[in-house]
Design a protein around this ligand. Structure first.
Ligand code: FAD
Length: 487
């Protein structure tokens, strides 16, 4: 076995979270090894947020053009997937090549290692034949992979996950989407707007089941208007592929056929591959259990989707800030308050960076708080939400007060006309007099959400929100209408 190479920190998995942590720790002057087995940047830039939002941008342009009739004359729309595929290939992903991302990391002073890493005892990481001993810590940012349900026959078919759906160059004639969550609905609407015959099959009794029921209704109606067939309450029992197309058999005898099948039924972490047993951590869980500083166990932190705290890029980035501050704080304490890397003179003062990043004292390391975690489904209309739904609040025994205002009834919604579906729903804790949750569905639902996130995050009193001035005629004026509905 090779002698271990002594470094300050090893980051396993350079997705959104891992890359951010590794880059910032390297910039602070630590010796950081970042290990990635696939592409630096992870799912978001190559097969997730960025390319899917490019697809949505294009699909929404088509939908807007189709709304010209009745508003501004006539427009003939002939959708063409080629520019979308080209944009994803050339602008978003460099044809799924991470050279630029690797250079971004090494340019910050990080050492990059391509390969699959696993823990190999306390402080040790193995990548093939190489072993690294981390002085200050190990950060796990290994993300998730698609969770494919154990449906009879499915594993033997050439089904798509998000990766094939994002990489597609030529659209199929028809598509079955198994899973009516955020990713399923976003992609279903995109493909339908480009002329694909799309059918969504969802086991639960409504799409977007984690959101308010009113949001599910609006999203379902919008997709149906785009020609998407939606079947809820249908559990997939068997899938077959005859060389040309798929047949999905649902419970109760339902049968669906299409040229392609996209499986988007959630994601899961693969903890069993990480060697967690060598550091006494249970690998049998669904996600890595972390505390509010993202600690897994002594000397090990986790960041991003692998923590199960919400599978969003903004969560990974938020957590990364906490991990960076905490690792630097630990490093400084371990070194008796001195520059953790011992390279201050060589780097022109790394300890200054350390002090700034950690807030200068141990007590200043922030703690993770997900109360005001925003989430947006980028369908048209967008479904934005923050905090608790009405049902979640009631289940927690909160004295709940609810207000709802429909976007088409607002001045801006009425002016907007075609494509104006949506609403703002507020969930308040009546005893505390603050919002604890909100949903904003509409043409700019994700943007309208920002004010609501501030309100939940800062626990702005309802009385203050009622006294605010809301610009006329914006979509966010529906917040004022919903507040009025509450009183
Ligand atoms: C279609 C789609 C659309 C999405 N849209 C949005 C959106 O609009 N907004 C949003 O906020 N989020 C969105 N997400 C979610 C977002 O992509 C994830 O939350 C984000 O990528 C999580 O980052 P991460 O760093 O935790 O993990 P990942 O991005 O999954 O990165 C983990 C990395 O670790 C590597 N790795 C794993 N194990 C090892 C190992 N043992 N050794 C070395 N390397 C390893 C993997 O190869 C991977 O590159 C979307 C996801 C999908 C699939």
């Amino acid at each position: 076995m090779a002698d271990p190479e002594l470094v300050d920190v090893v980051v396993i998995g350079l997705g959104v979270g891992g890359e951010e942590v590794a880059g910032r720790l390297a910039e602070a002057g630590l010796t950081v090894v970042g290990v990635e087995r696939d592409l630096v940047g992870g799912e978001c830039p190559y097969w997730g947020c960025v390319p899917s939002k490019m697809m949505i941008r294009a699909a929404n342009a088509i939908a807007e053009a189709r709304r010209v009739d009745g508003l501004a004359g006539t427009a003939e729309v002939r959708p063409d997937w080629a520019p979308v595929a080209r944009r994803i290939r050339e602008e978003a992903t460099d044809t799924w090549d991470d050279t630029v991302a690797v250079e971004r990391f090494t340019g910050k002073g990080g050492r990059f290692v391509r390969g699959s890493a696993r823990l190999d005892g306390p402080g040790r990481v193995r990548v093939g034949e190489r072993v690294f001993q981390a002085r200050h810590g190990i950060v796990l940012g290994t993300g998730t992979r698609p969770s494919v349900p154990p449906v009879d026959g499915l594993a033997d078919t050439p089904y798509w996950t998000n990766r094939q759906a994002i990489e597609v160059e030529e659209l199929p004639e028809s598509l079955l989407v198994l899973g009516g969550g955020a990713i399923g609905l976003e992609l279903a609407q995109v493909f339908a707007r480009f002329g694909v015959r799309v059918t969504v099959v969802e086991a639960l009794d409504r799409v977007l089941a984690v959101e308010e029921p009113e949001a599910s209704e609006v999203a379902e109606a919008a997709l149906r208007a785009d020609g998407v067939e939606i079947h809820t309450g249908v559990r997939a029992e068997r899938v077959s592929h005859d060389g040309r197309g798929f047949t999905l058999h649902g419970a109760g005898g339902a049968e669906f056929t299409a040229e392609r099948l996209l499986v988007v039924t959630g994601r899961r972490a693969h903890l069993d591959e990480l060697g967690l047993d060598t550091v006494g951590v249970d690998a049998g869980r669904r996600y890595l259990a972390v505390d509010d500083r993202l600690h897994v166990t002594e000397g090990i932190w986790a960041v991003g989707d692998v923590t199960g705290e919400g599978a969003f890029t903004h969560v990974a980035m938020y957590q990364a800030g906490i991990v960076v501050a905490d690792v630097l704080d630990h490093a400084r304490r371990a070194d008796g308050g001195a520059d953790p890397s011992g390279t201050a003179s060589a780097t022109g003062g790394a300890s200054g960076a350390v002090g700034a990043a950690s807030g200068g004292s141990a007590g200043a390391v922030p703690r993770a708080d997900y109360r005001a975690l925003p989430r947006v489904t980028f369908t048209d209309p967008e479904v934005g939400a923050v905090g608790l739904t009405e049902r979640q609040a009631r289940e927690r025994g909160v004295n709940v007060q609810v207000g709802l205002a429909r976007v088409p009834s607002s001045a801006r919604g009425w002016i907007h006309k075609a494509g104006n579906e949506g609403f703002v729903k507020l969930v308040a804790d009546a005893d505390q007099g603050v919002l604890i949750g909100a949903t904003s569905v509409g043409p700019a639902g994700g943007e309208v959400l920002s004010g609501l996130v501030v309100a939940v995050h800062a626990a702005v009193p309802l009385a203050r929100l009622r006294q605010m001035i809301y610009a006329y005629p914006t979509f966010h004026r529906a917040i004022e209408d919903a507040l009025r509905d509450m009183s």
